[in-house]
Write a protein that binds this ligand. Structure first.
Ligand code: MCA
Ligand code: AMP
Length: 490
């Protein structure tokens, strides 16, 4: 197949007056790499990675992560991005499930004990070398990204090279995304949004990305006011922007001057969309995706950004709404709710080591079941109205399985029973609520202790923000916890 990154191939860089190799590809704080630098550093790394099966990447929000993943892709070696804040249980699971042959990390990065025994390779962003000419097929695995389900530990979605290429090219078409674009974002680099769209996207276009290290409204304003053209964020980030806008004229000016503001990973509340539009004259464009499918729909740059809608299926993506009994909903009536099912070159190939889960994720005729419920408006726009599984929580744009947190809570000696739900939160979309029955009612574990316990075992973003203590959990005749009763009583 053709190269994932034409701008990194010798002699094929986009023809621009400023010389292709001298153009800035990546900027993380004060550190930058031009396309020439990146070709040399990722090329050198790719040469060192030859012959490796699968490599883990300690995905800190730094240049090294971008070089590591680019180098692995140039070498045809699948990369497994890891959350550098993953707790011991989560990390142990991902490492044993994905069985990487080494871990790539920034020099000086401290790796937890879970890595002992695994070879470490430091990423040298000033390395010089040439990527080997390796034969790759478009169905070859490019990334393995771990994603939570309702129960059990996260599953590794195997994302092929063709999915990266097709989703990024479809977005280029929808967003008129070119090598002239300079993207700003502060998203984490161990998920599809920040890594695939936010780093590999600009590199595939031959444009640039400025990563903020961590999201702040000040950083967004500074970059959009000094040459950046696009912003990517999760709704929590746009909520914080909407909150800051009334007192921040620099931020309002920055957003007003941007070419494109894009939100995804969760629903952008209509209130935040409208507040941003009123303060800046700009409407945020929503796109809808999933780790397993990359991007499915988007509002186009030249289309109408209607609050609460995620636009039209992207080029190449087949999308249908299906009723509970499998009947397809043909009409675009804005009312009939069905599950979104998709197919196309943007899809993952399998869950690593989980043929059962892979089979269950697809219909007999090959469509992927997203679990998201939607309607289609008269012009075909998709409006997402909910999710099939109440045990999946979207908090800060992260998908979090209730079962995973319940299992972690039950491992705490002070917890006898546990149930986890999500409840509406203006900032996070949903916040994680832990309902627990203490082992000793006279000495219940504190909120902080349980939050720390989950953060240490799984990840900080999976920690409960609220803990409620009960004498017993409501159960039906079969002994199953009735979560709806919990939420109703709150
Ligand atoms: C707090 N912290 C703790 C604890 N309490 N650490 C350990 N133990 C504790 N008990 C730390 C956190 O680690 C963090 O550290 C800091 O306190 C703040 O944490 P938190 O409140 O959770 O974060 P926040 O500031 O509220 O973060 C909001 C956020 C974040 C920036 C919007 O949620 C975020 O980055 N979301 C992006 C999610 C995303 O990219 N999803 C894409 C997946 P420190 O201060 O050091 O950070 S979905 C996807 O990819 C699909 C394809 C799609 O459609 O996009
Ligand atoms: P993840 O599995 O973490 O990749 O998250 C994918 C899920 O995020 C989807 O199944 C949707 O539920 C949700 N999602 C992503 N983008 C949007 C959006 N623009 N609006 C509503 N939900 C979204």
């Amino acid at each position: 197949m053709s190269s994932l990154f034409p701008a990194l191939s010798p002699g094929q860089s986009p023809a621009r007056a400023d010389g292709p190799g001298d153009r800035v590809a990546l900027r993380f704080g004060p550190r930058t790499l031009t396309y020439g630098d990146l070709a040399a550093a990722a090329g050198a790394l790719a040469a060192r990675l030859q012959g490796h099966g699968r490599v883990a990447v300690w995905a800190t929000p730094e240049l090294e992560t971008a070089v590591a993943v680019t180098g692995a892709l140039l070498a045809g070696v699948p990369a497994v991005p890891l959350n550098p804040k993953s707790g011991e249980k989560e990390l142990a699971h991902i490492l044993s499930d994905s069985a990487p042959s080494l871990v790539l990390a920034a020099p000086g990065a401290e790796l937890p004990a879970a890595f002992s025994g695994l070879e470490r390779m430091d990423v040298d962003v000033s390395g010089t070398g040439t990527a080997p000419d390796v034969p790759v097929c478009d169905g070859d695995p490019a990334l393995i990204v771990y994603t939570s389900g309702t129960t059990g530990p996260p599953k590794g979605a195997v994302i092929p090279r063709r999915a990266l290429a097709s989703t990024l090219d479809a977005l280029a078409d929808a967003w008129q995304w070119t090598d002239a674009d300079v993207l700003v974002h502060g998203l984490p680099l161990f998920h599809v949004h920040g890594l695939v769209l936010g780093v590999l996207g600009p590199l595939r276009r031959g444009g640039s990305v400025r990563h903020l290290g961590r999201f702040t409204t000040e950083g967004v304003a500074r970059e959009l006011n000094s040459g950046a053209t696009m912003l990517f964020g999760v709704p929590t980030m746009y909520h914080r922007i909407a909150e800051a806008l009334p007192d921040d004229p620099e931020l309002a000016k920055a957003l007003a001057g941007a070419r494109l503001l894009v939100s995804g990973s969760a629903a952008l509340p209509v209130h935040d969309h409208e507040r941003i539009a009123a303060a800046t004259g700009r409407r945020v464009v929503e796109r809808y995706g999933m780790t397993e499918t990359l991007m499915n729909t988007s509002v186009r740059a030249d289309g109408e950004a209607r609050a609460g809608t995620v636009g039209l299926p992207l080029p190449g993506v087949g999308l249908r709404l299906v009723e509970e009994d499998g009947t397809e909903i043909a009409g675009y009536d804005g009312e009939s709710v069905g599950e979104i099912q998709v197919r196309g070159p943007n899809l993952f190939t399998e869950y690593l080591n989980r043929p059962d889960a892979t089979a269950a994720a697809f219909t007999a005729d090959g469509w992927f079941r997203t679990g998201d419920m939607a309607v289609r408006e008269s012009d075909g726009y998709v409006r997402i109205v909910g999710r099939k599984a109440t045990d999946l929580i979207k908090s800060g744009g992260y998908k979090i399985g209730a079962g995973e947190i319940e299992n972690a809570l039950l491992e705490h000696p002070g917890v006898r029973e546990a149930a986890v739900t999500g409840e509406p939160d203006a900032d996070l979309g949903e916040r994680i609520v832990a309902w627990i029955v203490p082992a000793d009612p006279g000495l219940p574990p504190s909120d902080e202790e349980l939050a720390d316990h989950v953060a240490r075992r799984l990840a900080p973003h999976k920690r409960p923000r609220v803990v409620r203590r009960l004498d017993a959990l409501p159960r039906n005749d079969m002994g199953k916890i009735m979560k709806r009763a919990l939420v109703a009583d709150a």
